[in-house]
Write a protein that binds this ligand. Structure first.
Ligand SMILES: [Zn+2]
Length: 240
């Protein structure tokens, strides 16, 4: 059974919290993903994993935070970004509220893996842990796990809206995947600062979306899910 927090009543919520249920907080982004994937791509992926985790662990899925911090794609049509400080504050307050309600194990699962976006969440997490040291908290992006497949099952230079991401969206929302453009490269320079960091990937994506298949999407999701299962088990042991 999938347990969405907003569908539970007060009695059901209290019972689950008393049993020590894990709570998953999915975080997305509203961000341009090339001409072929929807703006909500980074919300679709962690929600699909959260549903599987909820079924597996009787975990509560908290209502997701749909907006994220997207500095490098800000100039793409449709990107709607929060600032670093706003995201940090929102994540901190939601975590504090979950704690106040008795939740003691939380997995924050972000579909967007940009460095600053994850840093804002980890800063929030550290602040919360200073106040509530008995909380067990993990914060990660499914892409931090999925990128382990780069250079193995996927090309090493795959990235934003490329083969992996297009495959995963094909698996979950094929209806939202439009005509796929050819491979695009990123002109990456880790040290150069521009007012529009999007200049490094003018196509708005990089990697090869034409190689994507539903089957590969399932393979990536299964790989990520297996690792998440291991991490949640760890969280259980830490809590014990
Ligand atoms: Zn994405």
């Amino acid at each position: 059974m999938v347990l969405f927090l907003e569908e539970l009543n007060t009695v059901e919520f209290s019972d689950l919290v008393k049993k020590g249920a894990l709570t998953i907080l999915p975080i997305g982004a509203v961000e341009g993903h090339g001409p072929h994937l929807p703006l909500g791509t980074d919300m679709i992926q962690p929600m699909a994993l959260a549903v599987r985790l909820s079924e597996r662990f009787d975990a509560i899925i908290a209502p997701p935070i749909h907006y994220g911090e997207c500095s490098s794609t800000k100039n793409l049509p449709g990107t709607i970004s929060l600032s670093f400080d706003t995201l940090r504050a929102v994540v901190r307050e939601v975590l504090e509220e979950l704690y106040r309600q008795g939740v003691r194990r939380i997995l924050v699962l972000s579909g967007h893996a940009a460095r600053a976006h994850l840093m804002a969440q980890r800063e929030a997490g550290k602040e919360v842990m200073k106040r509530f040291p008995d909380l067990r908290l993990m914060i990660l992006s499914d892409y931090e796990i999925a990128y382990e497949l780069l250079g193995k099952d996927f090309e090493a230079d795959d990235g934003h809206a490329g083969d992996i991401e297009t495959s995963r969206i094909l698996q979950h929302r094929e209806d939202l995947v439009k005509e796929r453009p050819p491979k695009a490269d990123i002109k990456k320079n880790n040290y150069m600062i521009k007012s529009d960091m999007g200049e490094f990937f003018p196509a708005g994506y990089w990697g090869d979306p034409t190689k994507a298949t539903k089957e590969k999407g399932k393979q990536v999701d299964d790989f990520v899910f297996k690792e998440l299962e291991r991490l949640v088990d760890q969280l259980e042991k830490l809590a014990g």
